[in-house]
Design a protein around this ligand. Structure first.
Ligand code: BGC
Length: 460
């Protein structure tokens, strides 16, 4: 995709066959994103059926739905440290096994308790994957392609969500919630197998002092002439860094600005309301006036498709025009569309033209998210931190992301009831204005810089 982009400072041209290898690594690691999307999206269809099988109370249902988010917050927090200790690749193989175990447990659940445990295990896998996959891809990719290869993670998330909508739809007529949960075993097995054959991150190996292994892998995934320059740069960044990777380092004055950018984007990605649409799409669409079930499902599938397509547009642009222009344009779009969406709901249930305005603004809102906060959050948190503490800091940002996701998911229905749809969407719109100002003043441009150059930028 960016093969014709000019070579960047600090990286020599790369042989096409080596590029293919990096793309393969990114694609397999991206399966962690597919499972993330699938397992968060699948619940919206499955809950309709297991709710009846187990005759669940509203509270038990809420625990099952949010259990995955709590598990993900814990997984993200631990994942960062674990990836620093055991390596990115080893942790990703383990993550794939967790996904598979969680899927089997949910599919075979004979009681609500087993289902809750299964969903928490799946959530733990999602958390591990969200804190490790972007770091792994950013560390094997060359600087000029890092934007779109890391964004493969977001693309995989959106494909996973779409796949979940399709599987839910396919098994709805037989009330097949066990199949909906269980089918996740297939991508989990491919993920485990793929990671087994892929190499460890050369940056992690260098950090552990295993320079020969790092060099061997770099020469497999780069041109020979490129390896020395890159290895020297990695080593220099390790020599200069004072951090040891402990929690106190994360709060040091030098890392604070980067930490604030990561945590800020993590929170803004969620409090601007994306998952109210992703998790509750059929319900919102129905209350916007598309009342038939099949119309609501079709519109929901449309939202999933817009999400995927606009992520591809973002990947195409991200290494060309850079992160900041995309981020600012997309968030501005979210502000406008949330404003219009709130307005369209000013009568309790929109009809006629108003329901079309509501549906179109939902689509444009998702499109704006998909070119900006969606992929760029996961990309930036994989590239803005110094190598010595990269995984831990990425994990902290991912944990804030899951924590905020949990908060928004748990409060959305209550907000609708207490203050109504208009004010709820305007509240998310206000948060989007905050996100725009935050990005404008604090988020740096990282396009085309090597990870070590970005590290040097914070040091200055
Ligand atoms: C977010 C998820 C969201 C997804 C939607 C991701 O970047 O982290 O919470 O469901 O985008 O595409």
């Amino acid at each position: 995709m960016s093969a014709e982009a000019p070579p960047q400072k600090g990286s020599a041209p790369i042989r096409p066959q080596n590029r293919r290898f990096v793309y393969l690594a990114a694609a397999f690691a991206g399966l962690g994103g597919l499972l993330f999307g699938y397992d968060t999206g699948v619940i919206s269809g499955a809950e309709l059926f297991f709710k009846n099988d187990f005759s669940l109370s509203v509270f038990a249902l809420e625990v099952i739905v949010s259990g995955v988010l709590a598990g993900a917050a814990a997984g993200a927090l631990l994942g960062g440290r674990l990836a620093d200790i055991f390596g990115r690749r080893t942790l990703l193989i383990f993550t794939a096994l967790i996904f598979a175990a969680g899927a089997v447990l949910c599919a075979a659940a004979t009681s609500p308790t087993i289902l809750i445990v299964g969903r928490i295990i799946v959530g733990f896998g999602i958390g591990l994957s969200s804190s490790t996959v972007p770091v792994y891809i950013s560390e094997v990719s060359p600087a000029d392609a890092r934007g779109w290869t890391v964004s493969l993670f977001q693309l995989a998330i959106t494909l996973g969500i779409l796949l979940a909508y399709i599987v839910d739809y396919a098994f709805a007529s037989v009330q097949g919630w066990r199949w909906m949960f269980g089918l996740a075993v297939v991508p989990a097995a491919i993920f485990a197998l793929g990671m087994f054959f892929l190499p460890e991150s050369p940056r992690w190996l260098a950090k552990r002092g295993r320079l020969d292994a790092a060099r061997a892998i770099l020469s497999r995934i780069r041109d020979t002439s490129d390896v020395d320059a890159e290895l020297q740069e990695i080593q220099r960044s390790l020599d200069q860094a004072q951090e040891h990777g402990n929690w106190r380092d994360l709060l040091s004055a030098r890392l604070r600005p980067a930490l604030i950018v990561g945590i800020g984007l993590a929170v803004f990605q969620q409090v601007t309301g994306i998952n109210t649409v992703i998790y509750y799409a059929p319900m919102i669409v129905q209350s916007a006036g598309i009342s038939s079930a099949s119309g609501a499902i079709l519109t929901t599938a449309g939202i999933g498709i817009v999400n995927v397509l606009m992520t591809i547009v973002s990947m195409w642009l991200i290494d060309r025009i850079g992160r900041r222009p995309l981020l600012l344009t997309g968030i501005a779009g979210m502000v406008v569309t949330l404003g219009v969406l709130g307005w369209a709901f000013h009568s309790a249930s929109p009809t006629g033209a108003l329901s079309w305005i509501a549906v179109i603004s939902i689509m444009l809102y998702v499109a704006s998210f998909a070119i900006s906060l969606g992929p760029i959050f996961w990309l930036l948190i994989a590239e803005i931190y110094p190598l010595k503490v990269r995984s831990s800091t990425e994990g902290v940002a991912a944990t804030f992301n899951w924590g905020s996701n949990l908060l928004v998911s748990l409060t959305f229905l209550t907000l609708l009831q207490e203050i109504g749809a208009t004010r709820t969407f305007w509240l998310y719109g206000l948060c989007a204005i905050g996100a725009w100002l935050f990005s404008y003043y604090l988020v740096p441009e990282t396009k085309g810089r090597t990870l070590e150059e970005i590290e040097a930028f914070w040091r200055k």
